[in-house]
Design a protein around this ligand. Sequence first.
Ligand code: HMG
Ligand code: MG
Length: 312
Amino acid sequence: MRGPQREAQSGMPGRVTIYEVGPRDGLQNEKTVVPVEVKAEFVRRLVSAGLDTVETTSFVSPEWVPQLADSAELLSLLGDVGRGRNRPVLVPNDRGLDAALAQGVQAVAIFGSATETFARKNLNRSVDESIAMFAPVVARARVEGLWVRAYVSMCFGDPWEGDVPIDQVVAVASRMMDLGCDQLSLGDTIGTGTTGHVHRLLDALDTNGVGPDRIGVHFHDTYGQALANTLAALAHGVTVVDASTGGLGGCPYAKSATGNLATEALVWALDGLGIETGIDLEALVETSVWMAGHLGRPSPSRVVKALAGGDV
Ligand code: HMG
Ligand code: MG
């Protein structure tokens, strides 16, 4: 399979960790519920393609996200493949943490919002109330020795509130990290961010004590900016990038959220820069084609289209 010509660029990291969100962010947004055996096979294929970190599912209310109501069953099907500090799951509250712990989960992610409107739409709570809901979850997760990630959504714009001031994002992110989280993921939930905005937010977080070594970036690709924004973040010292195989993804509670940055597009760009990922791009493309067959529509990723179509 074709690969890009390798030409390094100064100021870029030597290695990048891809944080794969396809099974969670990708499948939470599908109209049809994907059978649990297909989800398990998806995760297994991603792991064997060389993805180190795979977010497998969410332990949220089944009424809110019926697409992932089978999370306990999925983890029991996956056995050891679904466990470990690099197999996080989303948990919003104590009930979710209990269910995740019962499955032997060792890494969890809480998910807050930089804006009041999305906090209410996604969590049925204000920003303050949602942080109060997360606090005991993180405290208990730490006692249990779990790795904890904090997502903050709407960091680069909100469909109801419009522009989101950088100070507002920094304030929420700092409160979430102060709960005791290991990593912050900056969510561009509706994909409106641009490169200068990425630099400014990362600068502001750094000034407030959250450096790029503790940050992951999570770009949705609604406006085609996800890869450019990712490269801007890498140039700023970030080395953890969220991506979704095949470019699946979105949030059922955010208007105009489309797929995440496609993992294949990211791997292509990193390969070209000579940045180590340890990923077999061909296996990833095969996985996307296989999953597209189950979803009944082609992958939106242009790299998948080009490589699966045999472009040279
Ligand atoms: P609520 O209705 O306020 O919950 O929802 P509640 O505490 O009042 O409980 C209501 C019922 O739900 C109760 O059942 C609870 O037990 C049950 P009842 O006693 O009436 O029979 N319940 C649960 N059941 C199973 N697991 C649970 C759970 N919690 C309560 N964990 C809640 C509040 C937070 C639960 C709800 O709003 C929710 O589940 N929200 C999740 C929404 C979601 O998953 N969104 C997508 C993920 S975020 C995202 O995609 C963005 C991201 O990708 C980054 C980016 O792109 O920006 C991360
Ligand atoms: Mg997302």
